[in-house]
Design a protein around this ligand. Sequence first.
Ligand code: FCB
Length: 497
Amino acid sequence: MSLLTRRRLLRRAALSATAAGAARTGLAGATAAGLAASATALGGCDSPPERDTDTAPDGGLRFPPGFGWGAATSAYQIEGAAKEDGRGESVWDTFSRTPGRTRNGDTGDVAADHYHRYAQDLDLMRELGLRSYRFSISWPRIQADGSGRPNQRGLDFYRRVVDGLHERDIAPMVTLFHWDLPQALQDDGGWENRDTAERFADYADAVFHGLGEQVPVWLTVNEPKTVVQNGYLTGHHAPGHQDEAAAYLVAHHLQLAHGLAVQALRASGVPGRVGPALNLHPCYPADDSAEAAAATRLHDGYENRLYLDSIFKGAYPQDVLDDLGPDSRMARGVRDGDLKIISSPVDLLAVQYYTPIYVTGSGGTVRRWPTSEADWQQIYPQGMYDTLTRVTRDYGPVPITVTENGLPCPDAPGPDGTVDDAGRVAFLRDHFTAAHRAIGDGVPLESYHVWSLLDNFEWNEGYEQRWGLIYVDYPTQRRVFKRSAHWYREVIRRNGL
Ligand code: FCB
C-alpha cells in the first residue's frame, strides 16, 4: 500500500467512526483548518430548542402508526459488574486498564452499574414511553473465553432484561457484538483470525437458543467499520493496533461473522428478524473539482460500500479492492463462497448516522459544519436524509431501523437539580424531521433509537462525554431525566413533532 494511501486511510479513520480516535489524536482538527465553520467546543449543545428547522415547522409532523421510538445502549458501556457471575475478560477490559489508553484512565468496571440496576432502568424506559430498546449482549458473559458451553448465569441476566422489557411493552432489539470481544480470542489473533468468525456464529447460536423467541430483532455486528478504523488504523480503540494491512482483513472477517450469524439464526429455527448495524457516513466533495469528485467516490467506498455492497450485492466494491491491491491481506483472505455467506438475505438494515464527511481532491477531509463535543461529529441533519434515501435508492426497499443518532453535551444539574440540554432537543428535532422527510420520500424506516438512553462509558473518552437522555451521577448512580428525555416522552406520546 502506498504511503499516500496509508496517510489517507489514517486521516479517514481519524475523521470518522466514534469520538475516541479523532478527539484524542487531534488529527481531525489538523485536517479541518481550511473550510472549518465557526465551530465551538459545545457546538449544538447551546442552541435554543425553539430554533426552526430548515425542513418543516414544529408541530404537525406525524410518524407512521406504530413507529418504533427507541433508545440504545451497549453492554460494556453501561453494565459494570465486570467480574460477576462468570463473566470473562474482554478486549475492552484489557484496553481500558492499560495506562494511557482512556481519558482519566476510566474503565467500564462499574459504568452505569446497569447490571445491578436494570430493573430501575427498565422502569425509566417505561416512564419515557419507549417502544423499542436496543442493547447488546456481552460475549464474555456468555462464553468467558469465547467458546464452549454457554454460561447460564450470563444468559439469565439477559433473559431477565428481555422479560422485563416485554412486561413493560417495550420491544427488545439485541445486538450480538458491540466490540467486547473475549480477550482469549484476541490472544489467538482476534478478528485477524478467521476462526473468530466461526466462534462468533457458535456464540450467536447459544444466544439464539438462550433467548429464543422473545427477541423480535437481532443485530449482528455493531459498526464493523469502527473496529477497522479505530481498533486497527488509529489504534484508539481496543485492541489498539495500528496495522493497515491487518485492518481490512479484519473488515472481511467481521463481515463473514455477520453472514455466519445470519445463517446460524436461520438454522436455529428461532423466528426473529436479523440484520447488520452499520454506521454510514454520507461523503460529499469539498469543492466542485473533478479530483474531489473522484476522491469522494473512493472515500464512499471505504466508508459505506465496503460494508453495504458485500451484504446487499454479494461483492466488495471494485474500486476499494483495486485501491487495496491484489496482494493485500484482505484480498488474500477472501475465500470462495465467503461473499455468498456475507450476502445471506437479511430482514432489515440498522443505520447509525452521526456525521457527514467532506473530501478534497487530494483525498483529505475538511469540516463544513459546527462540530459537537466529539470533534469528529459535524452537525448536519440533512446527512440523515441523504443517508436514508441513498440506502433505499441503491440497495432497494429493505426495512430500515435507525439504531443510533445523538449528541454529546456537557450536561450538569442546575441549582434546582434539573438538567437543561436544550441543544440536544434541537439536534434530535432536526434529525427526526429529516427522517420524517425521508419516510415521506419512500424510505421504509420503521424505528429510531436515540444514542443513548443513559450517560455511559464513551470508549476512550471515558465518562467525560455525556450522550444520554438520562443523566447519570456516577458517584451515587442517581438517574435524572434531562430536558431531552421529557421532550422525547412527548414526541413518543404524540408519535411526532
Ligand atoms: C457509536 C458507537 C456507540 C457510541 C456512539 C457515540 O459509534 O456504536 O457505542 O460510542 O458512537
